[in-house]
Design a protein around this ligand. Structure first.
Ligand SMILES: [Zn+2]
Length: 236
């Protein structure tokens, strides 16, 4: 696997998703330019990395609507370079993402949250395995927080959306809460029984969607449910 990824890196060198500099999916300069926000609540079960504004907002819009699917690597790496995030994610066993309805998935071709969550889990478990190997001479990635890594797995078959909804952005908070009732279901609940589950969402607005997902996961037997969002959007 290492040889294959080395070869792919030769053919398609990694480059910064923002400025294009070769080397990694985010360069240090662009990483520093993104203003971190890092909100955790007092129960330490919520983590928002950025505010949904400025460059972050532009990048997320490009990612979701302007065919810049490759930015999932950039977003994932931004999280992994953050110490507080790496600490936060350690206690969770399983990561899931807010699902798209099949019709919207077909229109877009990818679920933007799923791509980021999958990449995150992959890098975290890789780092975890590496850290647990003694005398590991084969450092795969020096660009992550040193003690990062967790045994978290990603599962896309736990939360499913059973009804399609109109985009949430034009609605009031009350409408949103009413809207999401009965839309999500938990499948394969044995996977999350007694587990600490983390829900990944790209943008956290009022939270009506993730809170509904959280309720369903707890009802299905999850021990604890946390929320992770790339960006927090404030609407008045
Ligand atoms: Zn850059």
């Amino acid at each position: 696997m290492k040889i294959i990824s080395d070869m792919l890196n030769l053919l398609f060198p990694m480059q910064c998703g923002i400025c294009g500099k070769l080397g990694d999916s985010i360069c240090n300069k662009c990483y520093d330019n993104l203003k971190k926000y890092e909100i955790k609540n007092q129960h330490e079960d919520v983590f928002f990395m950025y505010k949904y504004e400025g460059l972050v907002r532009k990048l997320i819009i490009d990612y979701k609507f302007n065919d810049k699917a490759y930015l999932y690597k950039t977003f994932s790496k931004c999280l992994l370079k953050n110490k507080n995030f790496c600490q936060f994610i350690k206690k969770y066993d399983i990561m899931v993402s807010v699902p798209l309805h099949r019709r919207r998935f077909l229109e877009r071709g990818y679920n933007q949250s799923e791509l980021i969550a999958k990449e995150l889990a992959k890098d975290l478990t890789r780092k975890f395995t590496e850290n647990n190997k003694q005398n590991s001479s084969n450092k795969l990635d020096n660009n992550m927080v040193e003690d990062a890594g967790s045994n978290i797995s990603y599962n896309k078959d736990v939360l499913i959306k059973i009804k399609n909804t109109k985009p949430q952005s034009t609605k009031s908070e009350e409408e949103r809460i009413k809207d999401v009732k009965g839309i999500y279901e938990v499948k394969n609940s044995q996977i999350i029984k007694n587990k600490k589950v983390l829900i990944f969402d790209d943008i956290h607005t009022t939270g009506s969607t993730v809170n509904e997902c959280k309720k369903k996961l707890l009802q299905a037997g999850a021990k604890e449910v946390g929320i992770l969002a790339l960006a927090k959007d404030y609407i008045d």
